[in-house]
Design a binder for this molecule. Sequence first.
Ligand code: HEM
Length: 491
Amino acid sequence: MEFSVFLFLALLTGLLLLLVRGHPKDHGHLPPGPRPLPFVGNILQMDRKGLLKSFLQLREKYGDVFTVYLGRRPVVILCGTDTIREALVDQAEAFSGRGTIATVEPVFQGYGVIFANGERWKILRRFSLATMRDFGMGKRSVEERIQEEAQCLVEELQKSKGALLDPTFLFQCITSNIICSIVFGERFDYKDRQFLRLLDMFYQTFALATSFYSQMFELFSDFLKYFPGPHRQIYKNLQEINTFIGHSVEKHRATLDPSSPRDFIDSYLLCMEKEKSKPHTEFHHQNLILTLFSLFFAGTETTNTTLRYGFLLFLKYPHVVERVQKEIKEVIGSHHPPSLDDHNEMPYTEAVIHEIQRFSDLLPIGLPHMVTKDTAFRGFIIPKNTEVFAILSSALHDPHYFEKPDDFNPEHFLDANGAFKKNDAFVPFSIGKRICLGEGIARNELFLFFTTILQNFSLASPVAPEDIDLTPRESGAGRVPPTYQIRFLPL
Ligand code: HEM
């Protein structure tokens, strides 16, 4: 039988079943939403521009809490700052489960901190946070590592002698090197072939995993997984990265000194050793590899893309750069490199970095959550294990919290006296128990990288500011700025 005929018959059978049985199996008392078709769910309500656009359209009709069916899976969508806080903060435990991302599920399979659930997640998260914090005490701090990397970047940019360049590659190098330094205890030269291969894998995988195709894959993974397509490439890339990490772990094992762990891997290997007699320990090889992988997966392209959006915004709004550079001159001067102590005295720079993160809206639909038990929320009952998407973009653009949500305006984070002003809708790292585990590191990176570059260089573009286009290339699971070229001119 031809495949298209088979598909048609399958759809028809499903439709008949639905008509006979009414609404798809009533799960608890889910929030309302568009009526799904069998197998394909709410495909008809999905906008060609991706999930975010579709959800924002459905919000107009169904309000801040509604249900959509991605294929056969019901997913509860939460929009707006107050709704998201009410769920992720006020009922933190219930909303702390992790849902799946269909394209990467075959690799993670519920292991590693980012996709783990239950006790496994709690143990891995506690360990990861404590180990990364430890680097601030006694051992070389994360701050020192970022400062060192920032100086390497300055040297590299000086070599460019003001030539036009696409900053993507260098920003990838510096952000990956921070994770490498924490995880492997070493940074890599920007020309190291193995390092370059690793970067290429991350870049490709992030682009594929956030593409429109991957969003479609979320809807039809049960069916599409049997056919060739980018999901196979993602799987191949992720396997290659895993092999790289695996080799590094073996090298660490051979040179481990129990009295002085050098990095994340050493600390984990020591826990493995301590717990080796426990039959159900979570400190095993698979969790190690996939937790390291989680840090790379979550911690490289995110920071790199934010830096890239930041410099594009700087080219578009030169008056903002002038004010940041004035503050750098006044607070830091030009004789010593920026440090985290300078941070508190630089409210304008702090506001600019917040506004870059708000405006760039890197992960507009966040990462999928899942409720860990039957959960009462706003008059509905969300059954245990139902997936939940908190639409971070709807908070970052919340008109109740930001005067002009669609404009880039650092004043959103400044009070009338020019002091830094917090905002409850600022959630680029999400909120609640699953809040980004690398938030502290990412914030430190953004501050030190932005200020070190602006302390040493002025910026120039071949395109006039008014002609610079800020429209992201993908507006699906990840928003990536358009490609651009920039000159870094030594000051
Ligand atoms: C600007 C940079 C970054 C942004 C915008 C960002 C954003 C996010 C967001 C939105 C989540 C999902 C939270 C949720 O499920 O509700 C997340 C999770 C996570 N991030 Fe980040 N992140 C950044 C950098 C980093 C860095 C540098 C690291 C590692 C050092 C990192 C490690 C993680 C991990 C491990 C998780 C999963 C946490 C868990 O499931 O418990 N992130 N991040």
